[in-house]
Design a protein around this ligand. Structure first.
Ligand code: PXG
Length: 291
């Protein structure tokens, strides 16, 4: 079956789903996106994703020309048209078609694109064995340049770091902020575990406020674990008992090596495993209740 893409409310076969080369999303990375996931036909934490999407738009002076309800309907229409229940969902809103100049005021209506595709996850062996990461030399953008809380179409900061990781055989790369503290990985937030306590960088450490991150904080607290949102350096990562990354696509992925240093036992640890199991229970409970 050909994949159908939703552009401005019209479902088109993939081969006909096209955007103008004069769209500033293409010319300048001027636009925003969201990455969501559906489980058994229900989108996990849809409200939080839509709120973050609208916040990104607000920060960039983009007016999304539909309501959050319409956007939710567009997502479910696209999933239905593609007969998908467990899917990765990409929302995109571009600035719109403009001129070759930077002037955003000359752009037409923002274009709305919804892509749903089958999940391409890390292989199950990586969940069992954990991944290796390295610190990228590319520093996460400071919040007063382009705030990492904005999920903009310009992801070059993260892409450069990801390439650096890939060049040395790592699936993910650790990014520090301009203060030298740990920020996040290129498409995932980071947590470390030490003495049974969780530590993750605060929002003002130049990170995306991950929806999985927030769900994991809730889950960990409900398990009676202490969670600290505080600044830390790579030293705290090297000396951690456990480390894991969170993201909509990955859920929780254990990290077993950082910059050549083996963490803890060198295998995914018990706290990471317990939180992943509890996170999956939360997802199951929320995605069964909602529809
Ligand atoms: N940090 C960054 C920089 C991200 O882009 C996350 C953390 C995790 O956030 P959520 O809300 O998903 O828990 C992200 C988002 C992909 C893909 O195709 C994933 C992201 C970004 C771009 C692409 O897997 N993750």
């Amino acid at each position: 079956m050909t994949l159908k893409i939703n552009i401005n409310g019209t479902l088109l076969p993939e081969s006909e789903a096209k955007i103008s080369v004069f769209d500033h999303g293409f010319l300048y990375g001027d636009g925003i996106f969201e990455g969501l996931r559906s489980y058994n036909g229900t989108v996990f934490r849809l409200k939080q994703h839509l709120d973050r999407f609208w916040d990104s738009a607000k920060a960039l002076f983009i007016e999304i020309p539909v309501s959050k309800e319409d956007m939710a309907k567009a997502i479910y229409d696209t999933l239905k048209a593609n007969e998908q229940v467990d899917a990765y969902i990409r929302l995109i809103v571009t600035r719109g078609v403009g001129t070759l100049g930077l002037d955003a005021h000359l752009c037409g209506t923002p274009q709305i694109i919804v892509i749903t595709r089958s999940l391409q996850l890390y292989s199950s062996s990586l969940y069992e064995e954990g991944i290796k990461i390295v610190t990228a030399s590319t520093v996460r953008m400071p919040a007063n340049s382009l705030n990492p809380r904005v999920k903009s179409l310009n992801y070059l900061n993260n892409i450069l770091a990801k390439i650096e990781g890939h060049n040395v055989g790592c699936e993910e790369a650790l990014m520090l902020n301009h203060q030298g503290n740990v920020a996040e990985c290129t498409g995932d937030n980071i947590f470390v575990v030490r003495n049974g306590k969780l530590l993750t960088p605060p929002i003002d450490a130049c990170i995306l406020e991950g929806i999985t991150r927030n769900a994991v904080i809730e889950v960990a607290k409900s398990m009676g674990l202490e969670v600290l949102e505080a600044n830390f350096t790579r030293h705290d990562v090297y000396c951690a008992d456990e480390c894991f990354l969170t993201g909509s696509a990955a859920e929780l992925i254990p990290v077993v090596e950082v910059d050549g240093r083996s963490l803890g036992s060198g295998k995914p640890g018990p706290v990471t495993k317990a939180i992943l199991a509890a996170f999956r229970e939360l997802v199951a409970a929320e995605t069964q209740q909602q529809r």
